[in-house]
Every structure is written in C-alpha cells, then in structure tokens.
Design a protein around this ligand. Structure first.
Ligand code: PLP
Length: 811
C-alpha cells in the first residue's frame, strides 16, 4: 500500500515515546493502555495536521466554494484505524507497535466509539464527510459535541437497561478546541420592528446569550492530502455576562444556574430520531448549532471579504433532515440584520445556498413546534419565518386561488411551525434518499410542493463508505479482491464489478466462502466470550441489526423463530440446516413496544439455546449495545441480511448496503434501497417477499386490519401468539403485554401477520439456496460485485454536481 507521507517505522516509534513523555511524563513500560492509545493517536493526528493546515490554507486562498453539512447527528465510530488506512500506514503502524511490545488490537479497542447519533441518519452523515474528503471535495460537517453520546445498552435479565455513555471521560485525542472561534447565540427577549432615524429596523433586546465553542476533528481523505473538518459545538455559559447582581447579593446558586442551564444544551443526544418529543431543549439545541455554525461561516467569509450578495458562489448549506431547518431563517437574519441586505435579495441568496434532505415520511417524525414556545425562545427567528410564510402563502394563493392548498403548504398552521415546510420553501433542492422514497414523496407526501416547484424534488440514493465497511472491517475480503481484480476498487468502488468475471470460477467462489467462514469463526468466538453461547460457524448466520422499531419488524423475525422452534419440538426429525439468529438493536428508552421486543428476543434465546430437544439446530443471540464498532464485527460474518421493513416505511436503509458489500444475501421486502439492490443483482441473487409499497399504501388509505378475524382463520398463528401469554416461554403471562396489545388491539399496524406466511416461505427458500453451496457462493459474489453502486463516493459525487455545485480541489 502506498504511504503518501513517507512515514517510517522508526519515526512512529520515536514520536510515540516522545508523546508519552510529553503528555504523561512516562516511559513506555509505565504507561497504561489508555495512555498508549492517546499518545499514539496524538502522533497520528500530528501526521494529519500538516494536510489539515494546507487544506484550510488552499480553501482560504483560492476562495473555493465549500459545503457545510449540517446534521444533528454524526455517528462516526472509532477514528484511529480509519486514519491509519487513509495515511496508508496501517501495516507499518502495526509493525512499529509490535516492535514496542504493544498489541495493535488492544490499542484500537481503547478508543471510545463517538456515538453522536441514533442510527442510520447519523451514520449517513459520517459516511458523507468521509467521502467528501476522499473525493477531494471542499466539505465539512457541523454538529453538536454532546457530552454524553447515545446511551450504552446493557442487557439485564433480558431487558434493556440504559447507562450513560461517557465517551468524553478521558481526553478525546482527535478534537482540537478552538476557543478563539467561539460565537454567541441569542435566546429569548423581545423582537419588534421599530423606526430608527427614519428607517424601519428590527430590534432584538433583553435576550440572553450562550457561548458556543467549536471543537474541530480532522477528517482525512483516503491516500490524498485533503483534510476537511467536522466541527462540533459545545455550549458554555457566557461568562462575560456572569450574573454579578445575584452573586454580589449572596445568591450564589442563582448566579451559577445560568452556567448550568447553558451547558445543558450540549449535554445529551435525544435517543430517538423518529418521534418528535416536544422538548424545548431540543429546539434550543437545534438553534444553538445552526446559529453557531452559520455565524462562524459568515465570520470566515467576512474575513475573506466576499460580497454577500454572491454568497452562493462560496457556500452551500445542507440541511440533513428537518433538525437544522432553522438555517433558512438564520441565514436570512444574518444577511438582513448583519449584512444589511434587502429582504428580496436575501431570500434569493438563501434559497440558492440551502438544500434539504428528507429522511422519512412517518407523520410522527415530522417536527412541528408550538408557536408560543417558538416565539418565546426565538423571537427574531419567528418574525422572519412569519414573513417568509406570509410571502409564500401569497404566492400559493395567487397560483391556486384555493385556501385548502394554502393551508396544506403553509409553514405556520394550526398553531405550529412546520419545519419540513420551512426547509422545502427555503431550499433550491429537496431530495429523497432512495428511488422508491422519492417517488412516494412526489406522488403523496410532498405532492403539493412537487407541483408548485417542478424539478425541486430529486432523488439521491444513500450510500456507505467502502473504506470503513469493506477495507477496514473486512481485511481478508479486501486482500482477496486485490489479488483477483487488482486494487482499483479501493479508489473506485464501482470497479468491484470486475469480480463478475469470476462468477463461475470454483476456486474464487471457494475462497470467498473460506473468508466468510473465518469471519464467522471470529464472531462465534466473540459471542462465546460475551454471551457465553456456543454457536456453530457452519450454521447459517442470519442477522438483523438496526434500531428496534415497529416498522423494521424484528417481531416478524421473532415469530418465525418461534414457529421453527415449535415445529422442531413437535417433530424431532424436522430437517433444517442449523441456524444462528443474531440480533443487535437499541430501543428508544420510552418506546415500550420496542423494549418488549428486546425482551422477547432474549427470552427466545434463553429457551431455545438451552433446550436439548433442539440439539443446536437453532440458536438465538442478542449482541449488546449495537454501535458502529459492533456493526464492523458482525456484518462481515453474516450469511443472511434481514431487511424486512413494512414496504414504504424504510426510506432507504444503509445497513442493507453494508451487508451486500460483505457478501450476505438479502432477505427483503421491496422497500427503500432494497428495490435498487434487487435491480442490481436480479431475481436470482436476492430473496424477496411480502406486500409491495403500493399494496401497503392502499391498505393505509383507510386503515383496517382486523387481526382477530385473521387469527381465527390461521390457527397456527393463533398458537404462536398464545405462547406469548400461556407461560410456555418460561415467563409470566403479562410479560409481553405491549406486543400483544400491538398485535391484537392496535391491529398490527405494520402488518407482521399479513406478511407472515410469505416470510416463512422466503426463509424456506433461503434454506434451500444455502444447501446448494456453489449456488449460494455465487450469490455472495454477485452481491459484492454490484455493491460499488452504493458507495457513498457515488452518492456524494451526485450531491456535489447536482445540488451543491462544488468542485474537486487537489491539495
Ligand atoms: C448502518 C447503521 C445503522 C442503520 O441501519 P439500518 O439497517 O439501515 O437501519 C444503524 N446503526 C448503526 C450503528 C449502523 O452502522
């Protein structure tokens, strides 16, 4: 592998010893593993710093257009190994550490996962900034430096228990605090229009301010010199405004209260990205990071001396889901209040600068804020949104002469500020995240907007970085690919297609199978160590890892497992290929149904894994605390990728792409990007089942699903459901009451029962295919070969060209 900076082993060793002395005044033998990790990371960060300075210098000098990807979440995972790979020194570093008696694996394990996200949305943002750097595109991430990442999940007696994720307990070696780049964010007070020296002017007064301090993390590109920035903002009390009145009058507590409430803003990540929880703190968080990011961007460009009437030549702002939609109003505020532009000018620029990605069509996930709360917290921003809306509604009225349409499209309606509408109106581009999702947006959810703004709504199918999800997580497969198709795929993942040449090559297929088997052995070892469960690497590893949600239908998977178990109990000769069902999933702490599903999975494991009648034909494993690092261990060992959401509900999915890239066969509904996987690999290399999105949507038109009636004519399903409450799972009858309520009283909103038999049949097909190993291996090969299409490099190239209008800048 090329080592672009001609770094030597001796140099690494010397720098590491120096870092240990400098940081801890310690010699190698006295240093703890964590100190070794921190010192080593510091050494690696210093190698990157050169490129970082150079990148920033060139962007500044050439005034290149840069994109800022605003996202409430960045699920970046560990950075050390990724950075070594990008520098081209992974092997060299391993050797250097080995020379010093340090185990590479142990050092890597010391790094906490920066889990600043819930799931797919945050991981997408992480893949995107990775691709921006590797494609030498000028683009940065902007988000919040949550003191506590998403909770750490422990499983106790089968239940999820949430404990705080203290990822910042030790020093985090990848970040650089930029105190001098801090800005102040205003909250509260009064905003009104007044006449100042004969001119109408907006006054905002009596507000309080919170200090926003940026922490920058370098995002290096793959074997190039580009190093972009992930800027995460931390809230601090504005000590300039320390409350001396209270302090001097002896009210010490009141005077520090300001500090405490200010810091609350960047304390926690809300552990749920699919329901709006109505917390004022969440709105505060959103404005906090949007305002600080944009103020810093404006400060930077003011220093460059640009003409703000041409801001769109220098800046693109991306709004990742509705969380940063306030960017639209904040840009207007900065252009008008600070740069003195007229409304019309400012509006035209804002629309050219902003673009928005819609991630979900689930009604409950659409953010809406009560006017009263909004006005009180952000009075100036509210005035701006009111004016944006007044003008927008006028246009809609002029076109349709119909109040119903105006009400449907209005940004402010029924006492609520609708963030999606604000983002759509304020952006020049609105994109969905998979072909099917975009089609549904155009035809249904955003139909009015699609008609009103022809061409604005476009598709950009999500992607994943093959650097983390193949090069880093599956080194054996990567090496094998190098041998057979050369190394081009590392820089150009679409050329994974070259593997198609070997579709009928027995020796190549055998090698693929061998690598998969070794990855399974490794995962089996991990499961034995962590769960104490013996699993057979020769069994089919059938994996469903993702957040637990009704629509993702882990319950469907569970019911099939229970079905197999009952069948095996009744008929000892029932012939099945041994299966290991592997789950990993966090549930939002207040989502009781989801937590109930976790208990069900663990209960099934407890019963099935220990039942001698089953004779190891079935195993059920729940891997605790699913995260990016866990995903990297699990996915390369999967045979079957469970992507079984209720059709139309999963906007894209990205887990599906990671599995495909590692040669798992997808068992799927025609939902999200599964549709595109199907188009790429063809009928023969995927197993599909269940209702289509059209069928599901038409059932929702007038939702009726009489599960009682369904169960009456399906005694086998009735029996399965009965076992949730009759004690046969070894738990009390009320244990699964949330699941029973969902199935029987809420009429199975996500159609688990309606799709059940189709799913059973699809699982039978998986079994049949797996028994023909040559055929199975061929399917794996085709999946790997076609996975390059889902590289986030591919996705980001399209964003850069179609939405942001930014260009490659070699450093
Ligand atoms: C990729 C990823 C996800 C998204 O998975 P889906 O199956 O698309 O929901 C969630 N969490 C982590 C840690 C991931 O790496």
């Amino acid at each position: 592998m090329e080592n672009i900076k001609s770094i030597t082993k001796e140099d690494i060793k010397e720098k590491l010893l120096n870092a240990l002395k400098g940081m801890y005044a310690k010699e190698l033998p006295d240093a703890t593993m964590n100190q070794k990790y921190e010192a080593f990371s510091k050494v690696i960060r210093d190698y990157i710093s050169e490129g970082w300075l150079e990148t920033n210098k060139q962007y500044r000098e050439k005034k290149v257009k840069q994109v800022y990807y605003l996202s409430m979440e960045f699920l970046i995972g560990k950075l050390l190994e990724r950075n070594l790979i990008n520098l081209g020194i992974r092997e060299l570093a391993k050797e250097a550490l080995a020379d010093m008696g340090i185990d590479f694996g142990e050092i890597v394990e010391e790094e906490p996962d920066a889990g600043l996200g819930n799931g797919g949305l945050g991981r997408l943002a992480a893949c995107f900034i990775d691709s921006l750097s590797s494609l030498e595109l000028p683009g940065h991430g902007c988000g919040i430096r949550y003191k506590y990442g998403l909770f750490r999940q422990e499983i106790k007696n089968g239940y999820q228990v949430e404990v705080p994720d203290l990822w910042l307990k030790e020093r985090y070696p990848w970040e650089v605090k930029k105190e001098n780049r801090g800005v102040k964010v205003r909250f509260g007070g009064d905003a009104y229009v007044a006449t100042v020296r004969g001119h109408l002017k907006v006054v905002h007064e009596n507000y309080y301010t919170v200090k926003a301090i940026p922490y920058d993390i370098p995002i290096s590109g793959y074997q190039n010199n580009t190093v972009n920035t992930l800027r995460l903002w931390s809230a601090e009390a504005d000590t300039d405004e320390f409350d001396f009145v209270n302090f001097n009058s002896g009210h010490y507590m009141q005077s520090v209260e300001g500090k405490y409430t200010a810091e609350l803003i960047s304390q926690v990540l809300y552990p749920d990205d699919s329901t709006e929880n109505g917390k004022q703190l969440r709105l505060k968080q959103e404005y906090f990071f949007v305002s600080s990011s944009l103020q810093a961007i404006f400060n930077y460009h003011r220093e460059l001396g640009i003409d703000f009437k041409r801001l769109d030549d220098y800046v693109a702002i991306h709004i990742n889901d509705t969380h940063p939609a306030l960017a639209v109003a904040e840009i207007m505020r900065l252009l008008i209040d600070e740069e003195g532009l007229k409304w019309e000018e400012a509006w035209e620029i804002t629309q050219k600068v902003c673009a928005y990605t819609n991630h979900t069509i689930m009604e409950e996930a659409l953010e809406k804020w009560p006017i009263q709360m909004f006005k009180k917290l952000l009075p100036r921003i509210y005035l701006i949104i009111e004016e944006i809306n007044r003008r927008f509604c006028q246009e809609v009225m002029n076109k349709y002469l119909n109040w119903n349409v105006v009400n449907r499209m209005s940004i402010i309606e029924e006492g609520l500020v609708r963030m999606a509408n604000l983002a759509i109106v304020g952006s020049h581009s609105v994109n969905g995240v998979a072909a099917l999702h975009t089609e549904i947006l155009q035809k249904k959810e955003l139909r009015d907007f699609h008609e009103f703004y022809p061409g604005k709504l476009n598709n950009k199918t999500n992607g994943i970085t093959h650097r983390r999800w193949l090069i880093k997580s599956n080194p054996a497969l990567s090496a094998m690919l190098d041998t057979h198709i050369g190394t081009d795929w590392r820089k150009d993942p679409v050329s994974l297609e070259k593997l198609m040449e070997f579709k009928e090559d027995h020796s190549v297929l055998k090698k693929l199978a061998k690598i998969k088997h070794e990855n399974k052995v490794e995962l089996a070892r991990y499961i034995k160590e962590k769960n104490g469960i013996e699993v057979d690497p020769n069994s089919i590893f059938d994996v469903q890892v993702k957040r637990v949600h009704g629509y993702k239908r882990q319950l469907l998977n569970c019911m099939h497992i229970l079905y197999l178990y009952k069948k095996l109990k009744k008929d000892k000769d029932f012939d099945i290929h041994p299966r290991t069902f592997i789950f990993g999933a966090k549930a939002a702490p207040a989502y009781y149904f989801a937590k109930n599903v976790i208990k069900l999975i663990n209960t099934l494991g407890e019963i099935i894994n220990n039942d001698p009648d089953i004779n190891d034909k079935l195993k059920v494993v729940f891997i605790e605390n699913y995260s990016v690092s866990k995903a990297e261990k699990i996915i390369p060992a999967a045979d079957v990728s469970e992507q079984i959401s209720t059709a139309s509900k999963e906007a894209s999915g990205t887990g599906n792409m990671k599995f495909m890239m590692n040669g798992a066969v997808t068992l799927a509904t025609l939902d999200g990007a599964n549709v595109e996987i199907h188009n790429l690999v063809g009928d023969d290399n995927i197993v599909l089942f269940g209702m289509t999105s059209d069928e599901v949507i038409s059932l929702y038109e007038n939702f009726q699903n009489d599960t009682h009636k369904f169960i009456e004519s399906n005694p086998e399903i009735a029996e399965l459901i009965a076992s949730f409450v009759d004690g046969s799972l070894g738990v009390v009858g009320s244990e699964f009451s949330d699941i029973c309520r969902y199935l029987l009283e809420e009429n199975d909103y996500f159609f688990v029962l309606k799709d059940f038999w189709a799913y059973v049949e699809a699982q039978n097909k998986i079994e049949e295919l797996y028994r023909d190993r040559e055929r199975w291996n061929e399917m794996c090969l085709v999946n790997i070969a076609k996975a390059g299409y889902f590289s986030s490099d591919n996705t980001i190239s399209k964003y850069a060209r179609d939405i942001w209008d930014i260009e490659r800048e070699s450093i």
